[in-house]
Each structure stands twice: as C-alpha cells, then as structure tokens.
Design a protein. Structure first.
Length: 112
C-alpha cells in the first residue's frame, strides 16, 4: 500500500510538472498549451464534457470506460489546477487532511 501511495504521488508529480511546462508550449504542438491558449472557459467546458461522459459510462455499466473517462476527468482537473497555479499536491494535502474524518461527522460539525 505504501508503495502504491508513493507511485501514485510520483506519477501525479511528474504529470503536474509536464502540465506546468506545457503552459508555455506551442498550442500547435501541445494539447495542454492549446487549452491554456483558448482560456479558462475551454478547460471548464472539457471538465463538464468529461464529467458527463463518466456518468454515461457508469450508467452503461462499462468498467473499462469508467476508468478511461475518470482518467480524462482527472487529467482535465489537473489542467484546471495548473490554470490556477495550483498542483496535484495541494489536492493530495487536502485529502490527507480529511483522511480518517468521517464525512458524516464532518457534516454534523459543520451544522453545529
Ligand atoms: N493525460 C493526458 C490526456 N488525457 C486525455 N488527453 C486528451 O484530451 C483530449 C480530450 O479528449 P476527448 O475524449 O474529449 O477527445 P476530443 O473530443 O477529440 O477532444 P476535443 O477536440 O473536444 O478537445 C484528447 O485530445 C486526449 O488526447 C490527454 N492529453 C495529454 N495527457 C498528458 O499530458 C501530457 C502533455 O500533453 P500535450 O500537451 O498534448 O503534449 C501528455 O504527455 C500526457 O501525459
């Protein structure tokens, strides 16, 4: 489990680095550069599309497609984080902070 955690973190770090470099790349040569060149609305549109495609893959009971569409959604979410100057590690830190805190308990605390 510790190995898997490290590998996942390393992969997200590597991808974040590539996405950061691509922000300055030629939009003709890089999909990520093209999205940044088009602007935030283009990134948000892709996130909307990929979310819908994930919902449909799940409704179709298609596990391979669920994995592929989740990858698309995660990827475009990373691009959006980059747009805001944020990184995968910011989200990992937030998930780590929440680890072990039941969603039900957290919600109850919020309502006090
Ligand atoms: N992980 C990904 C990744 N996942 C999905 N995509 C692209 O996301 C796009 C959108 O997917 P869709 O299924 O909506 O396809 P589409 O309808 O043809 O797309 P649009 O015309 O609507 O944009 C496709 O072009 C996919 O190839 C990705 N493009 C890039 N990466 C990573 O980002 C790196 C940098 O990519 P470039 O910026 O292109 O060099 C790559 O080396 C990869 O590691």
């Amino acid at each position: 489990m510790a190995d898997l955690e490290k590998e996942s973190g390393d992969l997200l770090e590597r991808l974040t680095q590539v996405l950061h470099e691509r922000k300055q790349a030629d939009p003709q040569q890089s999909y990520v550069a093209k999205l940044h060149h088009k602007g935030q609305d283009a990134i948000l549109k892709k996130i909307g599309e990929e979310s819908c495609e994930l919902v449909m893959a799940s409704k179709d009971q298609d596990p391979a497609k669920v994995v592929a569409e989740t990858a698309d959604l995660w990827f475009h979410s990373l691009v959006l984080l980059g747009w805001h100057g944020l990184q995968a590690r910011d989200v990992l830190a937030e998930l780590d902070r929440r680890m072990g805190l039941s969603g039900l308990v957290e919600k109850a605390n919020r309502e006090k």
